[in-house]
Write a protein that binds this ligand. Structure first.
Ligand code: SAM
Length: 231
């Protein structure tokens, strides 16, 4: 399917990130210089997601993968799935491309762009088997809560992109954000909580510890997993 006229994108939303200046290591820079075209999709061009992977397979999107260690582990453990990682932090993209090359993984593609705009522009409705959001920036101060990516409009957007029976899996180490996510997700008429108590889930074995999570655990933070499926 050639997507010749992408849908218009609302670029005026409040962004869930601030571009970080973090410097890439020499190895990350090398990966960015040599591997970009192999793994990264061009946001500005139409993309046919059914043709960019080596093998057709259910597609999982991970939003904000950070340094990509956990995404690379999941992709390696699940060759029967394709993964689309979306991240705005350049060095993280470089780090993940290094891992993909080391592990010779062919089931991961990346966008270096705002995930909201990628979902709106490049992901047709009812195409994703899953969406993962692990340790999104918690934006702890009350005056910054509006920057949190999980809000009613985001849940509306992801619900449209998931196939029936597809899942949304979020995890956070910030209790207030976990409570807010639970409230917003539970209010959606398109989603059903996979937790038997209608609250949080145990971390499933398939989800590796992420870099950000390990930092939180060292600081004594709790971790809350939320898994919802589309009805
Ligand atoms: C707190 S870090 C967590 C990274 C990783 N998931 C982990 O657990 O180690 C959040 C990440 O989300 C990325 N991010 C935030 N908003 C985003 C957006 N709208 N689109 C893409 N990436 C985003 C940030 O650049 C950052 O790397």
């Amino acid at each position: 399917m050639q997507n010749s006229s992408p849908p218009p994108v609302n670029t005026h939303h409040i962004r869930s990130f601030i571009r970080r200046q973090g410097r890439a290591t020499v190895a990350q820079k090398l990966a960015i210089d040599t591997l970009w075209d192999k793994y990264c999709l061009d946001y500005q061009q139409p993309q046919d997601l059914s043709a960019v992977f080596l093998n057709p397979a259910p597609l999982i999107v991970e939003i904000g993968f950070g340094n990509g260690e956990s995404l690379a582990s999941m992709a390696q453990a699940n060759p029967q799935l394709n993964y689309l990682g979306i991240e705005v932090h350049g060095p993280g993209i470089g780090h993940l491309m290094m891992l993909l090359e080391q592990k010779q993984l062919t089931n991961v593609k990346l966008f270096h762009h705002d995930a909201i705009e990628v979902l709106e522009r490049h992901i047709p409705d009812k195409t994703l088997a899953g969406i993962q959001l692990f340790f999104p920036d918690p934006w702890q101060k009350r005056c910054h809560h509006k920057r949190r990516i999980v809000k009613a409009s985001f849940i509306e957007l992801i619900s449209k992109k998931l196939i029936t029976g597809g899942y949304f899996h979020a995890a956070t180490d910030w209790k207030h954000y976990a409570q807010e996510m639970l409230k917003i997700l539970s209010a959606s008429e398109h989603l059903k909580n996979a937790s038997p108590t209608n609250t949080y889930c145990e971390r499933p074995e398939y989800r590796p510890l992420t870099k950000f999570e390990q930092r939180g655990v060292r600081l004594g933070h709790g971790v809350w997993d939320l898994i919802f499926t589309t009805t």
